[in-house]
Design a protein around this ligand. Structure first.
Ligand SMILES: [Zn+2]
Length: 97
């Protein structure tokens, strides 16, 4: 079951992460859970170092990606990638604020 919200203008039921209402095209305010906030790159890297994929979740990336990294970290390369990627993504988020 996917979460839904309602368009602020026409009241159409839309996907929780949708930025624009498919019916009237009005831009929607993002819910608090998706809202961008400042992330600590070192914390993201540390999270992925301890649990591969955790840094991805911390930086609002998809659960599938986090799960994939978690399941393949023993190959070492995905582990290193998850640390690097989490750090980089946190920087990107901060830059886009
Ligand atoms: Zn609408």
């Amino acid at each position: 079951m996917t979460e839904t919200k309602f368009c602020s203008k026409c009241g159409e039921k839309i996907d929780i992460e949708a930025e624009i209402c498919p019916k009237c095209g009005v831009r929607q305010a993002l819910p608090a859970s998706v809202k961008k906030e400042k992330k600590e790159p070192w914390l993201a890297a540390l999270a992925s170092f301890i649990i591969p994929g955790l840094g991805q979740l911390y930086t609002n990336q998809s659960f599938g990606k986090a799960a994939l990294l978690f399941c393949t970290f023993w190959l070492i390369l995905p582990w290193i990638y998850s640390i690097y990627d989490a750090y980089k993504k946190a920087q990107e988020i901060n830059e886009s604020l």
